[in-house]
Write a protein that binds this ligand. Sequence first.
Ligand code: TXA
Ligand code: MG
Length: 337
Amino acid sequence: MNTVMLGCAEEDLIAAAKLIVSGEVVGFPTETVYGLGANAYDEAAVKKIFAAKGRPADNPLIVHICGLDMISGLAKDIPPLAYKLAERFWPGPLTMILPKSDKVPLVTSGGLDTVGIRFPSHPAARRLIELCGLPIAAPSANLSGSPSPTTSRRVYEDMNGRIPAIIDGGESAVGVESTVISLENGGVRILRPGGITKEMLQEICPVSIDDGVLKELGSGAVARSPGMKYKHYAPKADVKIVKGGLSKYREYVLDHAQSGDFCLLFSEKEAVEGVPFVLCGEDSAAQAHKLFEALRLLDERGAKTVFARCPETGGVGLAVYNRLLRAAGFCVVDLEG
Ligand code: TXA
Ligand code: MG
């Protein structure tokens, strides 16, 4: 299959919408990461997404909408809190897990009786959904297991020959995937942290953080969000998060680095003499924006072991730490003891 690159002009979005309406899969930009979209109601089309990504069938997809009126076809028994959260945070990087309607095929929900719904803010994503007149099921546009793509070039690298078209909408602004929440007892539980932070959600209701966000699930544990049980965002390099002040970090790297190893730093001022590095941004927002690209760059440069600085975990930093933990297979070297 030949993969065509499209822009965000109206005629390009019309061409992409035609593909989706006819049962095809299209790569498209969102403010979080790029998605691989198909008609959420079309079983055969949704199966093509799983095939293109090599994604396990029990990992559910998020369904993307372009207006609140679309929810009623997708979900049922919607609690008032969902509308309150929608009013405050949509369009934006928040996914709500709600009881699914019978119209949503089980292929889309990974066999669950719930469905994740998100109203993205990227103008091209919104226009695309509008032109389709359908909710669009879309996971991140990477091959299963590799870091989510934040540019159309990275989507092309993973999906060339697997899907008919990719829309280029520039770099994803947030850079990590949406916050996924479930609603319970008048509050929310964060299943996956993202651009809508715990602190922001706390302005509306009580918030808890699921154990799976910062801990590796035990082999017998049931993941509330199936995506959490898979090895995710995994670069080929062996990533270690090194937790400690800069001088301890440097000492550790000097003791352990071998040829082919890299540092993942927040600033070039942190560089360790003789060890090459990739940068990931000074504050949490910049780290979120750059993390996945940095992981892909490290692979391109053939990094063997990567010694990553440990990010702050407030605000969107929690999402950065959550993704880095998975990239590192939960390997944290704690020098603070
Ligand atoms: O920002 C995003 O959310 C991006 C863009 C494209 O919108 N999408 C994305 O999709 O990250 P994906 O499929 O890569 O990640 C969806 C996550 C998975 O961990 C999945 O297990 C979880 O959301 N999820 C989806 N539906 C769910 C459900 N009904 N119950 C529990 N978890 C669900
Ligand atoms: Mg993904």
